[in-house]
Design a protein. Structure first.
Length: 276
């Protein structure tokens, strides 16, 4: 069922608060694909639980399921509106400019004080654990690799059971570092909460200033490159995450230049015989 028709069908059975969510969706369908559940709740002036109830009442399992269907509806509508013979332009230039703009936006969102505090915490941490799943889990693994090359030991795993055991094993003096584009990834947020309950400091990278992960994190580092539900794992979102990781590594390197230089040489020599 087309999204607008579905909402109108269920509208009379919704509570007044849920109707406010419905009206917000009907008025801003295209923009809402990029909203976190917290942002939609704020936009409609209701609580997050009201948004979740609305999604379930109109037949979806949750907010992400609702957003996926919304994206499909918008995608079909835009395709129908396009002329099949319409010139789509230079997609190479379009993607290049999009990614450049994402980096510029990430730079404008960067809070330098938060970045420097995050660098200090990681530098002084007894142990650093990266948490992320899916495409953000790959970023977590890349962050671990980047830190290792400058002599900084950290950990990142993709198995949820091992993540859970690592989270509850953290304590005061440790840093739990969560990576999530939406900020609404249940697994990642649960791990960060477990780590925080056990005394660890929490740093988060996310694209959404108003999302569940920001309520858990002690430091939030914002990125750009928001993605639609049908664009999971987009390169633009990953570029903005890696930009922050690169800044952190550079900041750590500058705090101990001599050690960093030594470790870069040692780690490079450790793998040099693996290439022709």
């Amino acid at each position: 069922m087309e999204m607008n028709d579905r909402i109108h069908t269920y509208f009379p059975s919704l509570t007044k608060s849920e109707q406010k969510v419905a009206e917000s969706v009907l008025a801003n369908t295209d923009d809402l694909m990029y909203y976190s559940v917290t942002e939609l709740a704020d936009f409609a002036s209701v609580g997050e639980t009201t948004v979740m109830r609305f999604c379930r009442k109109i037949g979806f399992n949750g907010y992400q399921d609702f957003k996926l269907s919304l994206a499909q509806n918008v995608g079909v509508r835009k395709t129908d509106d396009q002329d099949e013979d319409e010139d789509q332009g230079d997609f190479v230039k379009m993607i290049f400019e999009t990614n450049v703009n994402i980096l510029k936006s990430s730079m404008s969102l960067l809070a330098k004080e938060s970045l420097m505090q995050a660098i200090e915490w990681i530098d002084e941490a007894r142990h650093v654990q990266f948490f992320g799943v899916g495409a953000s889990g790959i970023t977590a693994l890349d962050a671990k690799n980047r830190l290792l090359r400058i002599g900084r030991r950290s950990e990142a795993v993709v198995d949820s059971h091992i993540q859970a055991m690592m989270a509850v094993s953290m304590s005061e003096g440790d840093v739990a570092f969560g990576i999530s584009v939406s900020g609404s990834t249940i697994d990642t947020n649960n791990m960060l909460m477990k780590a925080k309950e056990n005394g660890a400091k929490v740093i988060a990278i996310t694209n959404y200033a108003k999302s569940p992960i920001t309520a858990i994190a002690d430091i939030v580092l914002l990125t750009a490159g928001k993605e639609m539900p049908l664009e999971g794992g987009s390169i633009g979102a990953k570029i903005s995450q890696l930009f922050i990781i690169d800044l952190i590594c550079e900041g750590l390197a500058r705090r101990n230049v001599v050690l960093t230089k030594q470790m870069k040489e040692k780690t490079a020599r450790a793998v040099i015989d693996r290439s022709y």
